[in-house]
Design a protein around this ligand. Sequence first.
Ligand code: PLP
Length: 402
Amino acid sequence: MAPRNPCFSNLAAGYLFPEVAKRRREFAAKHPEAKIISLGIGNTTEPIPPSICEALSASAVELGTKKGYSGYGDEQGKLELRKAISIGWYGGLVRDDEVFVSDGAKCDLGRLALLFGPGVSVAVQDPAYPVYVDSSVMLGQAGGKEESSGAYRGLTYMACRPENGFFPDLGKLSKTDLIYFCSPNNPTGAVATRAQLQSLVDFARKNRSIILFDAAYAGYIRDQDLPRSIFEIDGAREVAIEINSFSKYIGFTGVRLGWSVVPAELAFDDGTSVRQDWNRVNTTIFNGASNIAQAGGLAMFTMTGKEEMRGLIGFYLENASLIRDALRSAGFETWGGDNAPYVWARVNGKTSWQSFEDILDRANIVTTPGSGFGSAGEGFLRFSAFGHREDILEACGRLKGM
Ligand code: PLP
């Protein structure tokens, strides 16, 4: 038999969501009468808006005609869509030949890690979206878990808690090759300010680090003063890659469409262009996003598409605000939910898992324990705003009555 990639034995079992699902099943088996509501997952629930759905259907129908059929497209994405992203999303801050359309942000994050190989040092926010850590382990950029702390060897964890405004203390951070940074943040819902991102970019320029900036929720930022892209920050073009997604803006979690931006100026330490290697990765192991999905993505940039996107994001943000108000009236201290679809709540005197059990028991609501996103998430729960309104209202009523 062929040997297993040794890095894979360093991966801890995917613990968080299977464990949440298991505990939910056990509870349902014991209490078949309970109407369980999930505020635990980050999956979208509302239909794809009409004009975008029409564009998807029209593109599928066209593929069934001689005239409209198309096979493989450009691996980097349709030029029309790259232009729409460059102008429609970034207002020209990035060029269309710096935009790479993909099958989603998660897939891009996995492929981007390939650019750097096993020898690089990596820093992640703690708590963090698990893909950054797991893809680093798969590539040998981090080793196995330490028994005592549960931390992966070789990774730098940047604690992000209410006490530091959910922004890492960069003064204590040593030189690192790669820095994963997510804003608006999953799971905390925190959004980095312009000044905070400027200090991150300055740190990266001084230490010759590359920032992998996950902006998958940037469309949720309503506050005009908060930056929606790392490229709004001076000097970012020399040190940052941005990843984004259509998933949470127009319900494309199942359709699959995202993009990355790799600026022309960004170079490895030997001066080679990062964009050139990223193009090589995309042309070698990715054959371009689905043409149907790209037609849908393009529709997001029409006047009607933009309005529909704003409406859908607004709906989820209203859910977030209802959840936050209910949690506050139940006595929880909360963060996030203003410019992000996640509310982060402190659970005084209990661990994350104890509080998960307590809320499941008393309100029949499934949440996500913060400790599952990293040790700095211990003592918190994540509430997701993705849900049907009637379920959110029912859950809020139960939370208030706790
Ligand atoms: N990045 C963050 C922070 C996410 O929370 C998610 C999905 O939940 C993704 C990326 C994945 O996005 P996509 O559906 O485009 O793969």
